[in-house]
Ligand binder design. Structure first.
Ligand SMILES: [Zn+2]
Length: 466
């Protein structure tokens, strides 16, 4: 199944937001509303057609939304409905027990029966398996009803896709759960035309009942905290599927040590957007916009300390880094007024600060004493993304700009003093009137003194010199 999934996503099917213009080749087309399907389109299984109007020449292209998986084997394009429809057909054709899963909040994927007799999540558009909490924890969806369909059954599989069943239950209605279960049971029996339930039904019913029980919700794993990957950033933002929870994933990037450090087994790490912080897209790079006064992201849901040790950076050597854009003239005059990334209060913690001149300053606290090093001679790039990092080796604090060491300071031996509060991007967690106006594409903490080659890679779609 994993091979099929890889092939299907990489080589077989294509995602379509907007079709390019067939008349002039322009990629700039816009929604031209619904069209009536032609007879031929209907015959091939299209129940609706989208008009994609060219912004350059005005030509209107037709995008029939086919529901017939055999047609989709030829067209090989569409959005999640087409993807899941065609993928489920292929999985069944290869001998898997497979079914189509319809999420009432507008997504479709596949389930297949594993060798252990359990139904497993498989999302062809995202290329993901066994990540059932992806939608709730990663995309920020508020699920209501999720049903699995095959020619021989209908099952309410919602509990498999939530860690907070009581919250989902509160959103369901107006039908009572008992009435709904009756309707599903009836449809299921009719689909089977009187045949006995399949052998997997009883264990699955027990599994789903257990997931409805008190305290059943497991917490999302790291793979389930990702925002939606398919579709353009604008499309995903419009759908809210890069929502606040997705912010946490974009903070971490791969491999996301901020997230990893937080991984008290299964802890859901959430970056909360505060004070007008929002997600945006700059030159194709999704980023956090921290321009409003007080805008910040607070990383919640992780233990801030474990046994008195900072969860994000550990107790010894560590690295904090970020890819950002800022206009130095818009920064406040004093460095301490411009915290970019910090977990820092009186006599405690660490901080990366932006400077009008010198780009960045790194602070680490040992035995209650702050040690600050700035990149005194470094210059802001005229434009584009810049990488900044603070690296504490245990003996020395180094500050990097664009992967080059730009300052170093010996730090006396002692114990690091940890701040009791969340890591914060764009605002200091203790002095909330302090904050750096900037855009952040990625930020990460690591429990090691990284070499520059280990720093976060440049944001995709842009570069330090763009
Ligand atoms: Zn055109």
């Amino acid at each position: 199944m994993a091979q099929l999934l890889r092939w299907f996503k990489a080589d077989c099917f294509r995602w379509v937001d907007r079709l390019p213009c067939a008349a002039c080749g322009s990629a700039s087309t816009e929604d031209g509303g619904p069209l009536e399907p032609s007879e031929a389109e209907r015959a091939r299984g299209a129940d609706r057609v989208e008009a994609h109007r060219c912004r350059d020449c005005g030509a209107v292209g037709r995008f029939p939304r086919y529901g017939d998986p055999l047609t989709l084997l030829e067209t090989r394009r569409g959005r999640c409905g087409e993807w899941a429809n065609c993928f489920t057909l292929l999985a069944a054709a290869l001998g898997f027990e497979a079914r189509l899963v319809l999420d009432w909040t507008d997504h479709v994927w596949t389930e297949f029966l594993g060798q252990d007799g359990r139904w497993r999540h498989c999302d062809p558009c995202e290329g993901r398996m066994d990540s059932p909490l992806l939608y709730e924890a990663g995309w920020g969806k508020e699920l209501t009803y999720v049903f699995a369909f095959s020619p021989a059954e209908v099952v309410d599989v919602t509990p498999r896709y939530t860690a907070v069943w009581p919250e989902v239950l509160a959103r369901r209605g107006p039908a009572s759960e008992a009435d709904l279960a009756g309707v599903v049971e009836d449809l299921d029996a009719r689909a089977r035309a009187g045949a006995a339930p399949p052998p997997w039904r009883a264990p699955e019913a027990r599994e789903l009942a257990a997931a409805r029980g008190p305290g059943a919700g497991r917490e999302a794993g790291a793979a389930e905290l990702a925002g939606r990957e398919t579709g353009s950033v604008d499309w995903r933002l419009a759908r809210g599927e890069m929502g606040p929870r997705a912010a946490a994933a974009s903070l971490g990037g791969e491999p996301g040590a901020l997230l990893a450090a937080a991984a008290r087994p299964g802890a859901a790490v959430v970056g909360r957007l505060c004070g007008g912080a929002r997600l945006c897209c700059v030159g194709g790079v999704p980023a956090l916009e921290l321009l409003a006064p007080g805008a910040c992201v607070e990383v919640e849901g992780l233990p801030q300390q474990v046994g008195g040790v900072c969860a994000a950076t550990g107790d010894g050597a560590f690295t904090v880094e970020a890819w950002l854009r800022a206009r130095p003239a818009e920064l406040r005059p004093e460095g301490f007024q411009n915290p970019l990334f910090s977990q820092h209060g009186p006599g405690s913690g660490w901080e990366l600060r932006l400077l009008r001149r010198g780009v960045v300053c790194f602070l680490v606290t040992v035995d209650g004493v702050h040690h600050e090093v700035d990149a005194g001679a470094a210059q802001w790039p005229p434009d584009g993304w810049v990488h900044v990092a603070g690296v504490f080796t245990g003996e020395r604090a180094d500050v990097f700009v664009g992967g080059q060491r730009a300052g170093a300071l010996d730090v006396p031996a002692g114990r690091r003093s940890h701040f009791e509060g969340p890591p914060c991007l764009g605002r200091n967690p203790a002095w909330r009137d302090r904050g750096a106006r900037c855009l952040v594409a990625a930020a990460r903490t690591s429990r090691a003194a990284l070499e520059p080659r280990g720093f976060l890679p440049a944001p995709r779609g842009g570069s330090a010199q763009e």
